[in-house]
Design a protein around this ligand. Structure first.
Ligand code: S3P
Length: 182
């Protein structure tokens, strides 16, 4: 675990990580256990835009989607007691990550490209994986994004672990960080 500087305030918990890393399922479990609100940045964007993520990508393009993400992250600054599940590409904007770190412990859920592929292969709502060879695309994107994901405060390996086991570990990390930064 990376040292969290003493100036940090840990009001919230943000989950980052690649598509299929388990942010939504783990995030809901963690929120229930901590009695926190649960917020999914993709859901907020779909609600605001009155469109699905796929429609935003198709009609407005990826840069417009990233701008939606940036605006949602800005709005999170005043939240407390919230588990925030983020879209897989959100931390590739350094400003998003820096902003999350001002109020949340940032936890990255990690898995290998093969495991991620197994988890997402039957899903159809992820425009970036609508490719002839989704596994190759996962490998490519993961390599591009690894340096961003590694900037999380905590990296949790989700391989061979159930969402509940991962949630337990995330909650433990949160309690430790929260106790140290009251
Ligand atoms: C994306 C991940 C998706 C969603 C969008 C783009 C990405 O969220 O934000 O399709 O760039 O990795 P999940 O990580 O929740 O699937």
């Amino acid at each position: 675990m990376r040292a969290v500087t003493s100036a940090r305030r840990i009001h919230n918990l943000a989950l980052i990580g690649f598509m299929g890393s388990g942010k939504s399922s783990v995030g809901r479990l963690v929120a229930n256990s901590l009695h926190f609100d649960y917020l999914d940045t993709d859901q907020v964007i779909e609600f605001r835009a009155h469109k699905t993520i796929s429609e935003i990508f198709r009609q407005e393009g990826e840069p417009a989607f990233r701008e939606w993400e940036r605006r949602v992250v800005e709005e999170l600054l005043h939240r407390t007691k919230t588990v925030i599940s983020t879209g897989g590409g959100l931390p590739t904007n350094e400003a998003n990550l820096a902003s999350l770190k001002t109020h949340a412990l940032v936890v990255c859920l990690w898995a290998s490209p093969e495991t991620l592929f197994e988890r997402v292969r039957t899903h159809t709502h992820r425009p970036l994986l609508e490719e002839p060879d989704p596994l190759a695309k996962i490998r490519l994107l993961l390599a591009e994004r690894e340096a961003f994901y590694r900037q999380a405060d905590v990296l949790v390996n989700t391989e061979m672990r159930s969402p509940r086991e991962v949630a337990t570990q995330v909650i433990h990390q949160f309690h430790m960080a929260h106790a140290a930064h009251r």
